[in-house]
Design a protein around this ligand. Sequence first.
Ligand code: TNX
Length: 542
Amino acid sequence: MKRPSRTALLLSIACAGLTAAELPLIPRPAKVAEQSGDFLLRAGATVGLENFAGSGLILQLLNDSSKLGLTAAPAGAKADITFVLKTPDSGESEEAYRLEITGTGVRLTGGPAGLYYGAQSLAQILSGAKATGTGATLDRIVISDAPRFAWRGYMLDESRHFSGETAVKRLLDAMARYKLNRFHWHLTDSSGWRIEIRKYPKLTSVGARGDETHISDKLPAQFYTQERIRDIIAYAKARHITVIPEIDMPGHADAAVKAYPENDGGGFFHKGERDKWPRFTFNPAKPGTLAFLDDILDEVAGLFPDAGVIHFGGDEVNFGWGKWPELPEVRELMKRENLKDNTAVETWFNRRMAAKINALGFHTGGWDEIVGRGLPTDKTVVFWWRHDKERIVRAALDSGAKVVLCPRRPLYFDFIQDKSHKSGRVWGGFNPLADVYDFPAGLKLTPAQESHVLGLQACLWTEQMITQERRDFMTWPRLVAAAESGWTPAARKDYAGFETRLKAELPVLRARGINTYDPFANSPEVIEKRKARVTENLDNPE
Ligand code: TNX
């Protein structure tokens, strides 16, 4: 027999690399080195965990996925799976980890977040491992992993339709599995105010009744008490997810203004929908309204001490500012501050509220309408959503602002995901899984621009999502693709490999009670019969 040629040898080494790369892990790790041999993790093996944030959950996580009845090793004893807490090296991400499976055991190294993500990776390996009578056989391997982006988010709109605690906790668990780390909570909008504010009880007793489908004062109020909010924040924190509150202003304000009409700044002027949201804005200039918003922000800051960012919306104000020039307080402000038009009033309002948020010790988050308004770039996070206005994201990045990329295409999950789908948005196209996966390659960011990108975020706007079944259908599996886009280095992304891994992952989602769409079988669309329609471009042309 001929000796294998050098090329054949190199090829087989490359193939071994490929096998390693096909580990059933989502998101795909930054670096994987496979070694020959394996390790038998016995049933009842021990786990050595130091006490670090989230450690309590790790044993449970490993047991849920392995069914091996792993037990905690006594302090100081040698364990089969060892977690080693270390301070990240300088320049290294706090989320980085190393996972080694050697001939004698499993060893994970990292900071608290890194160890948690290492445990998530190990849990995925364990659930895919060959189980024998006595345990699970694990291939020897070394994974060195760290995220591409620090912000890997998902936004849920609970105003238009309320999801509630059970669905939110289930979502947080699934997000954690895919190493997503920001939950942007859209808690207020015209259809309902969903967060208890103690100083203004009517915000919820009046403002939380009804939703986008049922505009009614008779329905029970749907909202989170402050106690519930604290509990959900803690639940997220244990999973290394930061919850970012959004209190939308000065637009999208109907629910709040319905409760406290003295803050009315007038309504919606758009394509015949003028009567639907007659109190779309807060009065942007009235001292009492500014004090009211300050009080709300004070309570929000107290409730979300670790959020880092309070998002104040700032979107689509021009949809409802038609009455502003008639408001006495606006007229007075314009004269006093020499403001020439509504845009200038909006800018004044933005600066005023951003200063308040900054004074509370938070960055101001805002939709991309805030670009060019002179907010301090070092204390502001821009959420770029208008995919058709690339110049805005470039302007924001070039100004040095921190940016979260969440363009409607491909990251708004109220867009349909398959051309056969009948319910949801389209806009010169829609948002299939592959587009979510490829993002942000199409933006062709320069390295300097990418250095200002905090990360990316998918958003679920729920105007057309009444049931959880449909919200799940629109979210999944696209959120899995977004998670890999946020975590995996560009050079390691591979859509075909992702599809293979995702196929095996869909049953995992289903087992958690998540009604994911199956793009491989084109599973039946979940349609809200009352509102089934494909809607083209609802937004302002500006
Ligand atoms: C625009 S995104 C909005 C939302 C809508 C969404 C529907 C943004 C900042 N504003 O109020 O729900 O489009 O896709």
